[in-house]
Unconditional design. Structure first.
Lengths: 518, 501
């Protein structure tokens, strides 16, 4: 097995761990500020280094770059194997972009007054960032599984210690639900590894495409399908795809704001990323066969999420259910199984991370001021905080999919892909389009109830103005919204060749469906 | 019969176990002459004995030989088992020293009993003869009966010792009867010779085969009792709860190491061809699979409703026996036998560190009168003793099987071997019950971190206990981060070939 030197990707990956080690040896009482700024500094350093990854990335090369491979457990064929293609790069950029925002927002949060343990909080933030980058960088199934499972632990504590009233219940539900899914994936991972004699994903995919490794497939219930489902269910719970979504509203509503932002911004994407990286290339026939089923669940998710969202009186719950709806778009984009769909889905992951992350920040800022998430307690906030209102409007419109902003580009490309798809087709696109309209309804409903109308409640008249950290966080989000919305080609360029190679890979293995895919 | 020469006895191979046994008898003598206020010295002398035995184990680690006229086998398998049990005994000493003093049950004999039991495990893992297994089983068990009842002024402890003794004696009887039937069928008690005889008996059928089947079944029952698998687990919760915590800690690890060593030797080395005409899988495969599945289900589900930490860990130890049994079932597949045995070894090693660590925390929060071991007693521990709580959290995550801890490495290897052997239903039962186990392990973390409370001062966390905790933590994390360290040690383990002629 080849050994290779230190890759920049490894540096990016372990940056948060360096920060974690430094924070570990700081004194909670005496160095409160130092702990905050060290954490923030390391998340920013990680972000800057990931920009360097972007600068050095060659978008014309569809394969893995920044590869590093070292033996970890050679007798089992497991190696520390990291590398990224265009899709991986985008996901890592999203991660390193979202986490500093969440950390910066935490500085002003009131949660530490009640619950304390600030040092532990920032340590978990850094641990979470490490594991999330690891998920997107890992090219070995076991290493991937390890990072995947490790994200559970810090998130569990973030919800459980610093969450709302029902935090213990929500945290436990999150933990058990996610673990139930991922441990079935472990069996599938071990089976694939024992058949392929390696856990290295690129080698497995190459063997599958060369026909030297086949997982028997003869219908919806065969070996390959079970393996596909073993992976898919783990990912579906994370996304969450309807009907596996019931943990999400609880976790989101109970999580502290920064936790919600990371949960919506990055953790959910681990699921859709996993489908693209593992399910499609390793199990191409099963992916095609199951595409209509999963696509239908995606469409149901879009409409169901939107519907339930509209009925919520709790703003955070409303945003949480809107995630179910938005992630449904990503799912049908992926299972359109063509380049447009896949590109739209990848971009929509970023969009949802930025927009919904932004929405959770808004809810968090409102909650910091009023200590309630009841939609009826607000009204006329625009008049009290006009700048805040304006920024909120942009983020809300972005989440709705207004042309010119980021959400539109993603959803439009996905719908285009779905229309053109031979496995999904017109019906799916039609119902998904309905979801776009519903999104406008519930988002505007929320905006109207909270920001517009009369400023008739006494408590809302004297909200303290935004501090500079809050302004920074929101302005950065809004800049991203415009940037992606107005210049989407930059982002498509990064992933263009990688998405195409994935689609080609599926077509190559499943010749009977090649015609369908073009 | 000729008189064996020194070379035939090959005593060098037996030194790790024999030296420990000799040292223990010396220790009993020394203890009598020590003044009462210096009794702690006995504990440290016992520790010295363990270290000597450990060094001897390392020196003979890679041997592949038989001794004592073929009754004793020295190979990597037994060396690895010896290493685990010696570490377990050393950690138990660290946990016990202050505990026995503060609970008023310190007596010099305790350390000798602990070492005798350890020697029993070592003989058991090296046994190549049913008679040796029986003697080793008794050497392992009888000291444990006494130790379980060591808190003489405590009714629960006495009940624990009594219950363990009565049921343990019953199980030993099963073993003897089983061994007798096997002898009747094969005309030998030597595992190598049994292996040689089984194929033809298995093919011929008739009365011999019937004796062999019943005999093997009785042996499985007896060893199943020792490692506490369903349905032979009924004694476990009461005994674990009543016994002094360090004894429970040792029992939960030591007895399992010995039991599984013997089980693997008997089933995988001696009886792999016991097919009863239904080739290629041996008849015991299905039995072991069913027991394994039941054990995982019952152990994990009943653990959920426990309110006492020691009882919860008792059921958890039952569940873990089920996971190890999964590897035993996988070892029925001749192509997977060695890999599965290695998986069981690594699992035992990781379980040893994790479980002893967890029991060390229990010993630290336990009050002098034996109370304070309810789960609710951990409330708020993260505030009063943050480091202790963090270590307990790591142990709980490791028992759940979360990556980066030893528990994941163990589970990974076990699941891998069962999947390679094609035991998919069993593997699915295994992973699903793991999710159930997450519920009760994570509840401990909930109690320590998420519930508000003053927090226990954990007065029992003395320097020795802390040392044991740090060692356990290091073992748990190192095995999680670098499983290669464990696989390097088990590389040479070949259970089948070690006995096959």
């Amino acid at each position: 097995m080849e050994m290779s030197g230190l890759s920049l990707l490894t540096v990016v990956l372990f940056m948060p761990m360096v920060g974690l080690t430094i924070v570990l040896f700081m004194n909670e009482e005496k160095q409160r500020n130092a702990i905050r700024w060290t954490t923030f500094g390391f998340t920013i350093a990680t972000f800057l280094l990931s920009l360097l990854l972007w600068a050095l990335h060659d978008p014309t090369n569809p394969g893995l770059q920044f590869v590093q491979r070292n033996d970890w457990l050679p007798s089992f064929g497991v190696s520390y194997y990291v590398g990224i293609d265009g899709i991986g790069l985008i996901m890592i950029l999203l991660t390193t972009f979202i986490v500093p925002l969440a950390v910066l927002f935490s500085f002003t949060s009131h949660i530490f007054e009640e619950r304390g343990r600030e040092k532990l909080y920032y340590m978990f933030m850094l641990l979470l960032q490490w594991a999330m980058i690891g998920v997107f960088a890992a090219q070995d199934l076991v290493i991937f599984y390890i990072f995947w499972e490790v994200t559970l632990v810090p998130m569990y504590f973030l919800v459980g210690i610093w969450g709302g009233e029902q935090r213990v219940y929500a945290a436990l539900k999150f933990f058990l639900y996610t673990m139930a899914g991922s441990i079935l994936m472990l069996l599938a991972v071990l089976y694939v590894g024992s058949q392929a004699n390696t856990f290295a994903v690129p080698e497995i995919v190459a063997a599958v495409q060369a026909g030297t490794l086949t997982f028997p497939f003869d219908g919806l219930f065969s070996t390959q399908s079970f393996l596909f489902l073993g992976f898919l269910i783990a990912f579906a719970i994370k996304v969450p795809i309807f009907p596996f979504h019931s943990w999400l509203p609880d976790a989101h509503v109970q999580a502290p704001t920064a936790g919600s932002v990371i949960l919506a911004g990055v953790l959910l994407k681990m699921g859709t990323y996993g489908i693209i990286r593992f399910c499609l290339p390793m199990f191409p026939e099963a992916s095609v066969a199951w595409a209509p089923v999963v696509g239908a669940l995606g469409v149901i998710g879009i409409i169901y999420g939107a519907w339930v969202s509209y009925a919520q009186q709790d703003i955070k719950k409303l945003v949480a259910y809107s995630s179910v709806s938005h992630m449904g778009f990503v799912v049908i984009g992926i299972f359109a199984l063509n380049a447009e769909g896949l590109q739209g889905a990848t971009l929509q992951m970023v969009n949802h991370g930025v927009s919904t992350g932004g929405l959770f920040l808004l809810v968090g800022m409102l909650y910091e001021r009023r200590h309630t998430k009841d939609i009826n307690a607000y009204g006329g906030i625009w008049k009290a905080l006009p700048f805040f209102g304006a920024l909120s409007l942009i983020i809300t419109l972005s989440s709705m999919g207004l042309p010119g902003l980021n959400g539109f580009v993603g959803e439009f490309t996905i719908l285009l892909g779905t229309f053109g798809s031979q496995v999904l087709g017109f019906g799916f696109a039609l119902f998904a389009t309905l979801g776009v309209i519903l999104a406008a309804i519930y988002m505007l409903y929320m905006f109207q109830k909270v920001f517009l109308g009369e400023l008739d409640k006494e408590e809302n008249k004297h909200l303290h103005p935004m501090n500079w950290k809050e302004v920074t966080v929101l302005v950065v989000v809004v800049i991203m919204i415009f940037w992606i919305g107005l210049q989407p080609s930059i982002w498509f360029d990064i992933m263009d060749s990688s998405t195409k190679s994935i689609v080609d890979g599926i077509a190559q293995v499943a010749p009977q469906i090649t015609a369908m895919l073009r | 019969m000729t008189v064996p020469s020194w070379t035939d006895l090959n005593l060098g191979a037996t030194l790790p176990a024999v030296m420990l046994a000799i040292g223990t008898t010396l220790l009993l003598l020394v203890d009598v002459f020590l003044p009462k206020e210096r009794r702690n010295l006995t504990a440290w002398l016992a520790m010295g004995g363990l270290v000597v035995s450990f060094v001897l184990t390392l020196a003979t680690f890679n041997q592949q030989t038989t001794a004592l006229m073929d009754m004793f086998i020295g190979d990597t398998f037994s060396s690895f088992m010896n290493m685990i049990v010696l570490v377990a005994a050393a950690l138990t000493i660290l946990i016990s020293i202050d505990y026995m003093n503060r609970t008023g049950s310190a007596r010099g004999e305790f350390w000798s009993l602990l070492l005798l039991s350890t020697a029993g495990v070592m003989f058991m893992s090296s046994a190549n003869d049913l008679v040796v297994i029986f003697v080793a089983l008794e050497l392992l068990s009888i000291p444990l009966y006494v130790m379980a009842a060591f808190r003489s002024n405590n009714a629960k402890s006495e009940e624990s010792g009594m219950k363990y003794f009565v049921l343990g004696a019953f199980a030993s009887a099963f073993f003897v009867y089983g061994a007798a039937l096997v002898f009747g069928a094969t005309g030998t008690t030597n595992l190598t010779e049994i292996f040689a005889a089984v194929s033809s008996i298995s093919a011929e059928g008739g009365a011999s085969l019937a004796y062999l089947l019943v005999g093997a079944g009785l042996i499985v029952v007896a060893l199943g009792f020792k490692v506490a698998v369903v349905p032979f687990h009924m004694w476990t919760p009461d005994v674990y709860e009543g016994a002094p915590t360090p004894v429970t800690a040792f029992m939960s690890v030591g007895a399992k190491i010995g039991g599984f060593a013997a089980l693997l030797r008997v089933l995988v080395s001696a009886l792999p061809t016991l097919t009863a005409g239904q080739a290629p899988d041996p008849v015991w495969m299905n039995t072991v699979m069913i027991i394994s599945g039941l054990t995982m289900i019952v152990g994990n589900f009943v653990a959920v409703s426990q309110t006492n930490l020691k009882r919860m860990l008792a059921y958890s130890s039952i569940a873990h026996a089920g996971y190890i049994l999964m590897a035993v079932a996988a070892a029925a597949d001749p192509a997977q036998a060695d890999a599965a045995a290695k998986a069981a070894l690594v699992y035992l090693l990781s379980y040893t560190f994790t479980n002893l660590g967890a029991f060390a925390v229990v010993a630290a929060v336990e009050k002098n009168d034996g109370t304070g071991t309810d789960i609710t007693d951990l409330t708020g521990l993260a505030r009063s003793r943050p480091i202790l709580a963090a270590m307990m959290a790591v142990f709980m995550l490791s028992l759940t099987g979360i990556p980066l801890t030893a528990g994941f490495t163990g589970k990974w290897f076990i699941f891998q071997s069962s999947i390679d052997a094609g035991l998919f239903p069993l593997a699915i039962v295994g992973v699903l019950t793991s999710v159930v186990s997450a519920y009760y392990y994570v509840r401990i973390i909930v109690t320590m971190y998420l519930l508000d409370g003053a927090g226990d001062p954990a007065q029992g966390a003395t320097r020795a206990v802390n040392l044991a905790l740090y060692i356990s933590l290091a073992g748990t994390l190192v095995l999680g981060l670098f499983p290669i360290l464990a696989t390097n040690l088990t590389q040479a383990v070949t259970l089948v070939a070690s006995v096959a002629p």
